[in-house]
Design a protein around this ligand. Structure first.
Ligand code: ZN
Ligand code: ZN
Ligand code: FE
Length: 733
């Protein structure tokens, strides 16, 4: 740009960012300055820009100078980015020297975070170090006017990584071009493990029910939806609706999985997303995906390359070890993945993008903070774990790590902490974690020596996570509506009304507690929660009701469960809203058992009508602690069901009740506490009906409402809140 405006001077990376010295006529300098932010490259993220007059040094030209003190440089590491338009055009151009080369990339696109081993981000510190650039690639790399100037993963067929097709024993299949051959195998119904950007995918033809079922059986994944990938939006429109906002998400450079409403009927196998009104859909994001998908598939299943909930495979040898019983063939390559990163999942709700999983494409872009702070490591939750590391006024939330219930995931958790500490050059001085003593993330924190530890209450962390996104100090009203979290009073929290500040909170209200018979078994078997709520509403009379959780469960079992609750055996008390959703879903017959966390609540949302003007009667006990009673709502649901109301109407009425009820509770808090800002967080806010409705109801009452936009409302965003609570507590000491 300096050359374009005929300006002389220099540009360098310094410890405070990028410094540019330009000399020339003032009008051209002004034009240059305004172009800096307006015409910055697609991946540039300008946090702040400022200028000042300097002495003229009569530079002979404009040059890029090497930084004086590399160790002090604080530039952000880019996330992995989908292939850009220019590279895609070259990929498909028979006259281009990179025609059909599956690793084409440039400064505007390609792998970043997943191939970095250390900083600064330079080729020798990435997995591209094993590939010496050919003269043609080197010339592009050295030319400031070239799109591939300093593009670290720059490569071509002559010098770069290559793909190979193997059987599931690791024997290479001799073939001229492995990609069309792979497409052929997929068309025949085979399952192929495909090495991608952040890890392996398991691919199969999404229209082939036999193949999709075989994948479910082999992967031990019963009903959890599979993500699918299609060549372009026209292909997607054949089986799903795309609203304009959703189109922007689909085609964004991060290329997340976007939840799109199914068209009915459609040609995609019912086994891809059973009992679900949505498909999780993404567009291709690597050149290899494009080359594969252009062979005439409506859609390919592209699910994480793992068994059940293990971390996805990234290493070739590991993939052959772990995926040989699932995949028939392997399409592999020799560009190593240093850090796995699952596909991100988003849904457009209430006017903006909401994260269900924040990972590839978004990590390691930080959340920018109001204040500088000590380096803190926050260890996150047990399920949907992510970790967070703070550096000055930025907080880095890691990629999705997963459920810390198997050793492989726990190893990945430790590896991610180690890796992020290295590439951010941070030695944490404080470690923050949940209060739950059984979380592996808590145990990890407790095992670290010579470091101050701070335990943070789960639902406080949720609210502070959202406050941090909006740079709020508090106090605010925090509605932490969630599945499960450790309460300091030894009950299981999850339907919480808090008055929250960054450093502390007061619990001012919650859903009145009922027992969870069988403890965690009640999460997997919603009929247990149904029985608990019915017993709470009707006493022992509930057994005379003609309802599925009563009629479908053996009498002896109901007797045992009732006795357990009466005696308080293995029946912790819970105030969780997630469990109330589960219980209602079971009572109205949606499902008595789930195959994955939150399935019953999710199906209740999907089966509900879009809106209703009716609500159930609701009551609470006021006092120092406001207690919302589930019994009147449960009785209303049962009455409607017995009067023949449809599941869709009851579902909508139940959602609307929860919305009006919490909006009213906020009204009480405004009177008592003079607070008008409400912060919404917790896993229940993945529910579009609840989130949209509560925002509307609260705004109608003139509240200022704050919701998650940068990190997930579920436990995937928890670590950010943990770090910030710890920071605020330290500041006050
Ligand atoms: Zn490109
Ligand atoms: Zn080359
Ligand atoms: Fe939670």
């Amino acid at each position: 740009m300096a050359e374009y405006y005929g300006l002389n001077g220099e540009v360098a990376n310094t410890s405070s960012g990028v410094t540019i010295h330009v000399e020339g006529p003032s009008d051209r300098i002004a034009a240059f300055e305004s172009d800096l932010s307006a015409k910055s490259p697609p991946l540039a993220y300008i946090v702040d820009i400022s200028g000042q007059p300097e002495t003229v040094k009569n530079f002979p030209n404009f040059s890029i100078v090497k930084s004086k003190d590399e160790s002090e440089i604080s530039t952000l590491i880019s996330a992995d980015v989908s292939i850009c338009e220019d590279c895609l055009r070259e990929l498909l151009d028979p006259n281009d020297r990179r025609y059909h080369y599956p690793f084409i990339n440039c400064t505007n696109c390609g792998p970043r975070y997943t191939i970095i081993d250390d900083i600064p981000y330079d080729r020798p510190k990435t997995s591209m170090r094993h590939f010496k650039m050919c003269p043609a690639c080197q010339a592009e790399y050295d030319d400031p006017s070239n799109r591939r100037f300093h593009a670290q993963p720059n490569a071509c067929a002559a010098c770069g990584p290559r793909v190979r097709l193997c059987d599931n024993q690791g024997n290479e299949i001799a073939v001229d071009d492995p990609i069309p051959k792979t497409a052929n195998l997929l068309k025949q119904g085979y399952i192929v493990a495909i090495k991608g950007l952040g890890g392996y995918h398991l691919a199969t033809d999404a229209e082939n029910t036999d193949a999709v079922l075989r994948l479910r059986v082999r992967k031990l994944r019963e009903e959890k939806p599979f993500a699918i990938m299609s060549y372009d939006p026209d292909h997607i429109r054949r089986y799903a609706e795309i609203a304009p906002d959703e189109m922007r998400l689909l085609t964004s450079i991060q290329r997340p999985i976007v939840l799109l409403r199914k068209k009915v009927p459609n040609s995609i196998s019912d086994e891809v997303a059973p009992h679900n009104n949505y498909f999780g859909v993404m567009l291709p994001y690597t050149p290899l995906h494009y080359l594969l998908l252009k062979n005439g598939f409506i859609a390919l299943v592209m699910t994480s390359g793992n068994l059940r909930e293990e971390p996805i495979a990234i290493d070739n040898a590991d993939a052959f070890k772990r995926l040989a019983d699932i995949a028939d063939f392997f399409l592999i390559h020799n560009r190593e993945i240093y850090l796995r990163s699952d596909d991100s999942i988003v849904r457009h709700i209430a006017g903006t993008k909401r994260f269900i999983r924040r990972s590839r494409g978004f990590v390691p872009i930080p959340v920018f903070l109001k204040n500088k702070m000590l380096p803190i490591l926050a260890c996150g939750a047990e399920l949907k774990n992510t970790i967070c590391i703070t550096k000055n006024d930025t907080a880095f939330l890691s990629q999705h790590i997963g459920d810390l219930e198997n050793l492989a995931t726990y190893d990945f958790f430790q590896l991610t902490i180690h890796h992020l500490k290295r590439i951010l050059e941070i030695t944490p001085e404080i470690i923050a974690c949940d209060m739950h003593p059984d979380y592996l993330s808590t145990q990890y924190a407790q095992e670290q020596s010579n470091i101050q530890k701070i335990q943070v209450q789960h639902h406080h962390a949720h609210i502070v996570s959202c406050m941090t996104e909006h740079k709020l100090d508090g106090p605010v009203i925090g509605l932490s509506l969630d599945g499960t979290g450790y309460g300091p009073d030894h009950t299981v929290w999850g339907g919480e009304v808090l008055v929250a500040e960054q450093h502390a909170f007061e619990r001012v209200g919650h859903i009145a507690c009922v027992p969870m018979p069988g403890s965690t078994a009640a999460i997997k078997e919603p009929w247990r929660m149904a029985v608990s709520y019915l017993r709470d509403a009707y006493g022992s009379e509930f057994r005379n009701l003609n309802l599925k959780p009563v009629s479908e469960i053996a009498d002896e079992k109901l007797t045992i469960i009732s006795a357990m609750m009466t005696k308080g055996v293995n029946s912790p008390l819970t105030s969780s809203l997630g469990r109330l959703f589960d219980g209602v879903a079971a009572i109205i017959g949606i499902r008595q058992r789930v195959n994955f966390e939150g399935q019953a609540a999710m199906e209740l949302e999907m089966l509900s009508a879009d809106s209703t003007s009716e609500i159930y009667d609701y009551e609470w006990i006021s006092g120092d602690m406001l207690k919302i009673l589930p019994a009147p709502i449960i009785r209303g649901v049962v009455d409607d069901l017995q009067n023949g109301m449809t599941v869709a109407e009851i579902g909508a009425k139940f959602h609307e009740t929860v919305i009006q009820l919490f909006a009213d509770v906020c009204g009480v808090m405004r009177k008592e506490r003079h607070l008008k800002r409400v912060v919404l967080s917790g896993g229940c806010f993945q529910n579009a009906f609840l989130l949209t409705g509560l925002i509307q109801a609260l705004e109608k009452k003139n509240f200022e409402v704050f919701t998650h936009q940068q990190v997930p409302a579920n436990d995937g965003g928890l670590a950010l809140g943990q770090a910030m609570v710890a920071a605020a507590q330290i500041r006050r000491d």
